[in-house]
Design a binder for this molecule. Structure first.
Ligand code: R5P
Length: 315
């Protein structure tokens, strides 16, 4: 537990994209919350202000970078600069959904490795420690040279599924990763529920974005007459979940649920997913601007912050 003195030295700076999460974290840590004041001018420029002095404090900026991505990212950078200018003792930046993490390498010749650039921007502005949740890949995290921590929301999602989903009680659900890249997440999830998992073989056309699933690589016996939970890090256009669900349904599955950490759900993707046969979409509140944010990620953030701040004060 953090000592009373230590708590007085923590300022949770509530980024415009993450007001509820910031307040949950501040309450759980019994720390001071520092609101920000945002104005967006008619030309789209942001003006942001931290409403209290934070000199000498351990500042924790919480700002998720879901769409409008670049706006939220710039606001995070501005808040970091604010804290530097006001002589914060330490600046921990918490970005629950880390935008650009999927651009972790140059997929086509001539592409910028955007995640490398974003990590450099966060550092150069003054971030001392960085925390995110279920970042798309380890490679994305590797671009940070400061301490960077990737927290898992899988235990929170798995517990939610065990308590809240209306599953067929005769059989444990099958956990499905829609691609090989997500195997570790699905394994962790299935271990918690003490059930089995499969990973589908997915490919995406890099130019059109179209998703293909190779059914030949899937054992239909594992799927037939069983409820399934597709687990992914991000749902963006919904193409991945929709194709995965169609494949499971075609092979005789029972109900299919979609669970993810970051539900970006661009455009009409939620309808596309429902039309494919998904019962329900469940996500964390790393992206908090939609109705699917049912699982609060604050507990894992609080735990990580508690450890970081205690370590810093004892060293
Ligand atoms: C890809 O590797 C990710 O893990 C997600 O499967 C992907 O980002 C989902 O995107 P979409 O919803 O556009 O298919």
């Amino acid at each position: 537990m953090l000592g009373l003195l230590l708590k007085k030295q923590i300022a949770i700076i509530s980024g415009p994209s993450s007001l509820a999460k910031s307040s949950n974290v501040a309450k759980a840590m019994n720390a001071e919350i520092v609101p920000t004041d945002l104005k967006i001018y008619s030309d789209g420029e942001n003006r942001i202000r931290i409403t209290k002095h934070i000199e000498g404090k351990n500042c924790v900026i919480i700002q998720s970078t879901y769409p409008p991505t670049d706006r939220h990212l710039l606001q995070a950078l501005m808040l970091i600069k604010n804290c530097v200018d006001d002589r914060a003792a330490n600046i921990i930046v918490v970005i629950p959904y880390m935008a650009y993490a999927r651009q972790d390498k140059a997929f086509l010749e001539g592409e910028v490795v955007s995640m490398d650039l974003v990590a450099k921007l966060l550092e150069v502005c003054g971030t001392k420690q960085f925390i995110t949740v279920d970042i798309h890949s380890r490679l994305a995290l590797s671009y940070f040279t400061i301490s960077a921590f990737d927290l898992s929301s899988i235990p929170l999602l798995a517990n939610y599924s065990a308590n809240m989903l209306k599953l067929d009680n005769n059989d444990l659900p099958l956990i499905v990763s829609p691609d090989y890249g997500g195997i570790r997440r699905a394994q962790d999830f299935s271990r918690i529920l003490k059930t089995d998992m499969i990973a589908l073989k997915k490919t995406r056309d890099r130019r059109t974005g179209q998703i293909f699933i190779d059914e030949k690589e899937m054992d239909p016996k594992l799927v037939k007459n069983r409820d399934a939970i597709i687990v992914d890090d991000i749902i963006s256009t919904g193409g991945t979940i929709a194709e995965a669900c169609k494949t499971l349904k075609k092979n005789g599955s029972g109900k299919v649920y979609a669970m993810c950490t970051h539900a970006l759900l661009i455009g009409d993707s939620a309808n596309k997913i429902k039309a494919a046969g998904i019962e329900e979409i469940i996500a964390t509140n790393s992206v908090s601007n939609n109705e699917f944010a049912k699982v609060d990620v604050s507990p894992v953030i609080c735990e990580a912050l508690g450890t970081l701040i205690e370590d810093a004060s004892s060293s």
